[in-house]
Design a protein around this ligand. Sequence first.
Ligand code: AMP
Ligand code: MG
Length: 465
Amino acid sequence: MIPFDNSYARLPAQMFTRQTATPVRDPAFIVTNAPLAATLGIDPAWLTSDAALAGLSGNSVIAGSDPLAAAYAGHQFGNWNPGLGDGRAVLLGEVVGTDGIRRDIQLKGAGRTPYSRSGDGRAALGPVLREYLVSEAMYALGVPTTRALAAVTTGDTVLREEGPLAGAIITRIAQSHIRVGTFQLMAAREDTAALSALFEQVLERHYPDADSPAALLKAVTKRQAELVAKWMSLGFIHGVMNTDNVSIAGETIDYGPCAFMDVYHPETVFSAIDQHGRYAYQNQPRIAVWNMAQFATSLIPLMPDQDKAVEEFTAIINALPTHYDAEWLRVFAAKIGIADPVEDDRALIEDLLRIMQDGGSDFTVAFAYLNDKDAKDHFTDQAAFATWQAAWRARNPDAALMAQVNPQIIPRNHQVEAAIKAGQDGDFAPFHRLLAAVTTPYVADAEFSAAPTLDQTVRRTFCGT
Ligand code: AMP
Ligand code: MG
């Protein structure tokens, strides 16, 4: 049983299409998330039942669910696309958790919808396992993120460029799936009634302290700045920061070609489709500003005096880089053990990053061992590191703080790919081992902490849609 309490379905009808999932041939659970179920107010014992399997594979409609596919638009790689929407996802409904937070329960890979365009509405096993691992790792790392309640294999085959692949469905949990692109669609349609209803729902659901479009914009931009700073502090590269993949609630959403970098280099790009590096590691803060400018534009129709609104919103967007810089300093200072950074610490951090970049240090390992007696082993230019270390020591770094924020384990691309490959061959043991490791990221583990060897290093990731 799921204690559904649905609100999105009460928005104006043009914002979605009622749509049930398409049944699958032979569903089987790969994994279920009992602790998350408990938070959602779902009985963990029910979650592993046949009824849950039928409901979470799309073979039956769970009581209280009011399934729908949401409409949205978005800028993809900077190009406007008015016709996106849930093309392979169905929102089952919402629950209010034991923590009082309302969350969406969505099936991703649930079959065709009116927004599928030429797609099959399905997901292959690889991207489902990747999303499960990375989103749960992000949660364990303290990053706002959508989560994974369950993953099933469908028993059906999906056709992708690589050939026929096993199909799968992930049950995704989010504070909501409302995106910048949801606002953009209503603004583009000049549907001010729907835009206004969406605005009201977002205030009630995510930003109860905001009371105007400007206040909402300020709050959303603040969460984006904090989110992207966290990504940067972990070497996380989202890979597809299109406006349809930017959650209004400020969670990381849409784990496609995302990746954690191994060797530190600011220009790192993994996504095979990101040919110009628009969403490279170092570009993420700039792109967040661009995306928030699109969000601001979509809010203008809600303002009585639009010229004045442009002025006011521009000031809010222009303040974003300052917020971001402050957040960046805070999270990176914590990584070197400084809880209350001063502006001078920025140079100290940048010096360390430069030594890492010049020598090709592994980002995660270099920080994880920074306080170790053998720290210098993780830097090629040991003399430069020794000089830096002396300056750093003078700042009296807090070792406990460093241990709290520097993970020993991230979902390394080569590990994720190995778990996927085994899963495709029917062996989910490596997936489960990796999941256990990445969800306890501050505990070192010989198998999963190490940086990849040159042979193991993954250089390209794919959306797999
Ligand atoms: P994404 O790149 O995952 O953000 O997806 C962009 C758009 O393509 C969204 O509207 C998705 O719903 C849609 N889409 C992605 N994969 C599929 C698929 N296999 N079938 C139908 N629609 C898809
Ligand atoms: Mg998307």
